[in-house]
Design a protein around this ligand. Structure first.
Ligand code: F6P
Ligand code: MN
Length: 327
């Protein structure tokens, strides 16, 4: 046993599909336990944050833990009912066994810049039913995910997950080695005055994001009439986890740096699974104006501007976007 599923987990699926989803999540839990163990040893493992000399599909320098995590996730999925695996760390989709029913996309190690800093990092995943071939299994809209979520390797190792009937958090119990249900049916508060953005990119943002952040900074006497607070961990999983716990809004908008015209984050294995758990917890996830889960994937490693979290600020940011485009 690696995870003690809540009795209702994946209850919307028929028995066979539910068993396949559970087997795949269990395999991912095995991988996460290994990665969590390596993270906990940190500098004792020697060189987890070292640049390997390779680059992933997006040109980001790969670090040793990125590569190890991808190997661990691949090995775990080989034991699961998974036909295809799409990874941030691989240019192309891996075919594991065409006769299996599911397809998994993953960012095996999210938050690579925090590897050597003892700050939370994680593994993100998204599960689909496999289609007739590798490409069509992933080139679709995120609303077709059957399960999505992420692990956080932090003070606790946690799993935040949805199979389309609410968002739950499991905690890896260090005493038993199993993931135990800790918080079921999470709900994100709808109003919040906490935002997350890498403010060092201010000069590269478009007018709408600049206007919104400037109005947040203006505080109680500004147009938003509230004192705002800012947090930016620099690991998507950690910022998403905080927003699930106490609300807020995350923004990684497009900006005018080379390579950032569509933002930084990837649709398939970052934005889609995060959007799925956020929506299932009552939050909203957009690219500024459009729902993330409605966006067709047109390139495996496609980027997307990402705004998600509490409903009120996400909708307010949408208004800033529409206003700046005079819509
Ligand atoms: O995976 C990309 C990522 O590391 C996210 O985890 C994080 O939210 C973001 O990039 C950090 O970006 P930046 O380095 O610009 O702060
Ligand atoms: Mn990532």
């Amino acid at each position: 046993m690696t995870i003690n599923f809540s009795s209702g987990f994946a209850k919307n699926f028929q028995d066979t599909k539910q068993a396949e989803i559970r087997a795949t999540v269990s395999a991912l839990c095995v991988a996460a336990k290994r990665i969590s163990h390596i993270c906990a040893r940190g500098p004792l493992e020697n060189g987890l944050g070292d640049i390997t000399g390779g680059a992933n599909s997006d040109g980001d320098a790969q670090k040793a833990l990125d590569v190890r995590s991808d190997e661990i996730v691949t090995a775990a999925l080989e034991t699961a009912p998974v036909a295809y695996y799409a990874s941030e760390e691989q240019d192309d989709i891996l075919t594991l066994d065409v006769n299996k029913p599911l397809a998994v996309a993953s960012d095996p190690l999210d938050g690579s810049s925090n590897i050597d800093t003892n700050v939370s990092i994680g593994t993100i995943f998204s599960i689909y039913s496999a289609c007739k071939d590798a490409k069509s299994s992933f080139f679709r809209v995120g609303s077709e995910q059957i399960c999505g979520g992420f692990f956080v390797y932090g003070p606790q190792t946690t799993l935040v997950i949805t199979a389309g009937d609410g968002t739950d958090t499991y905690v890896l119990d260090p005493d038993t080695g199993d993931f135990e249900l800790a918080i079921s049916n999470m709900k994100i508060i709808s109003a919040s005055t906490e935002y997350a953005i890498n403010a060092s990119n201010h000069k590269h943002w478009d007018a709408s994001i600049r206007a919104y952040i400037e109005d947040c900074l203006a505080g109680v006497s500004g147009p938003l009439a509230a004192q705002y607070n800012m947090r930016w961990v620099g690991s998507l999983v950690a910022d998403a986890n905080r927003i699930l716990s106490r609300g807020g809004v995350f923004m990684y908008p497009s900006d005018n740096r080379a390579g950032y015209q569509e933002g930084r984050l990837r649709l398939l294995y970052e934005a889609n699974p995060v959007a799925f758990v956020i929506e299932q917890a009552g939050g909203v996830a957009t690219d500024g104006t459009r729902r993330v889960l409605d966006m067709p994937l047109t390139a495996l490693h496609q980027r997307v501007p990402l705004v998600f979290g509490s409903k009120t600020p996400v909708r307010t940011i949408e208004k800033y976007h529409l206003r700046s485009k005079n819509i």
